[in-house]
Design a protein around this ligand. Structure first.
Ligand code: PMP
Ligand code: GLU
Length: 398
């Protein structure tokens, strides 16, 4: 007899970003020439000075269990980075390093949410937020936005969504999947609302901080009205092209950092010694690589936006950060290719994969059916070809 799976895990959805990417790799291994715009991951190599630090860590025998919240030297480097770049104060003791921002986030959700607590999530939102809340037996409450408001929620919407059971807000700017970046003024208006509700802890996912074309980044933790209850999430995956190294962190009020550390101590222990040493080099070394990658992403953003705008029926905004385009595709719903009928954006994403050989992700996975997400973190040539294929596949739908 096969083992029965717990209800907790049965209720969990598969990560659609990872699933689409795996499906695209599988087709590729079968010989189909698929362009993968599904997973959000920089295509750049990790910068040389960071790799060298990892090699040195191996040679210097950093091979033992690491402290559960991370090496103190890395936590100090993160604390200094937060002060230098974001103007926020978190002591090294308030920083807990985990296996990617993903674990850091999940740790915080598990350490704050009780069964039945409500967690506000502005949508479209990254696929994992709702599922993490589900794991903690909380209730994810969507605060929806659409392309007409540049995918930003208003202070009124935020306030209307707050109830006595609201425990947490999970906020993300620059946003995955929309690329929207809130201005300081817009954030201030949300902060004015949050200031009235001291029970709400704010998770600010700032993983795309450096992939931002506005020239300005404001951390949620920099508002004194709420600073004592902002948990900042960040990591090296996106800014330093280090997705596989799996280093992220939370910077949290001390009691919460201790709770997160307790959880991690029973669950995964400290993150990889080698990867931590590499991350330390990322934070203490030259930041030129970050600016170079941002420049490339901005050029690619311009390219995909221009090409997407030439496709009739696609509605696109100009994303100011991250590396995603989130076009509205409802003009294509209800159309057909032969006897294949496209009813939903999920059908459309599957059609683009199977007919156009371009992997994208259905907006429904981010709580926003009627859209699809394209990651433009790939070469200009691949992007040009992918957009040409998408245009051709869409033109066949009648
Ligand atoms: N937050 C957001 C919004 C993301 O898009 C991702 C995707 N990787 C993560 C967190 C997790 O990043 P990682 O675990 O690679 O540090
Ligand atoms: N965050 C990336 C994405 O949205 C990586 C995949 C994942 O972890 O979801 O595609």
């Amino acid at each position: 007899m096969v083992p029965e799976i717990s209800q907790r895990i049965q209720a969990l959805a598969v990560s659609q970003t990872l699933a689409m990417s795996q499906r695209s790799s599988q087709l590729r291994s079968e010989g189909v020439d698929v362009i993968n715009l599904s997973v959000g991951e920089p295509d750049f190599m990790t910068p040389a000075h960071i790799k060298e630090a990892a090699v040195k860590a191996i040679e210097d025998n950093f091979s033992f269990y690491t402290p559960v919240p991370g090496y103190m030297s890395l936590r100090k480097a993160v604390s200094e980075k937060l002060c230098r770049e974001n103007g926020v104060e978190y002591a090294p003791e308030q920083i807990v390093v985990g296996n990617g921002a993903k674990q850091a986030l999940c740790n915080v959700v598990l350490a704050t949410v009780n069964s039945g607590d409500e967690v506000l999530i502005p949508t479209p939102a990254w696929v994992s937020y709702f599922e993490m809340v589900k794991l903690a037996e909380g209730i994810g409450v969507a605060v929806p936005s659409g392309i007409d408001t540049d995918f930003k929620i208003t202070p009124e919407q935020l306030e209307n969504a707050i109830t006595e059971r609201t425990r947490l807000l999970i906020f993300c700017s620059p946003s995955n999947p929309t690329g929207s970046v809130y201005t300081r003024d817009e954030l201030q208006k949300l902060v004015d609302v949050l200031a009235k509700y001291p029970r709400i802890t704010i998770i600010s996912d700032e993983i795309y901080e450096h992939i931002n074309y506005t020239g300005q980044f404001t951390s949620m933790a920099s508002f004194p009205e709420i600073a004592d209850r902002v948990v900042l999430i960040n990591g090296v995956s996106k800014a330093y092209a280090m997705t596989g190294w799996r280093i992220g962190y939370c910077a949290a009020p001390l009691n919460l950092a201790k709770a997160v550390s307790k959880l991690q101590g029973q669950y995964t222990s400290g993150a990889s010694s080698i990867a931590q040493k590499a991350a330390e080099a990322a934070y203490t070394g030259s930041q030129e690589c970050v600016a170079e990658m941002r420049k490339a992403f901005e050029r690619r953003r311009d390219l995909v936006v221009r090409m997407a705008r030439e496709i009739p029926g696609l509605k696109v905004n100009v994303p100011m950060g991250a590396f995603y385009l989130f076009p509205e595709v409802s003009a294509y719903l209800g159309k057909s290719f032969g006897d294949r009928r496209i009813e939903t954006s999920a059908d459309l994403a599957m059609y683009l994969l199977e007919e156009g050989h371009v992997a994208t992700v259905d907006g429904g996975a981010f709580g926003a059916p009627g859209y699809i997400r394209l990651s433009y973190a790939t070469s200009d040539e691949q992007l040009t070809e992918a957009m040409r294929r998408i245009a051709a596949a869409l033109a066949k739908l009648v």
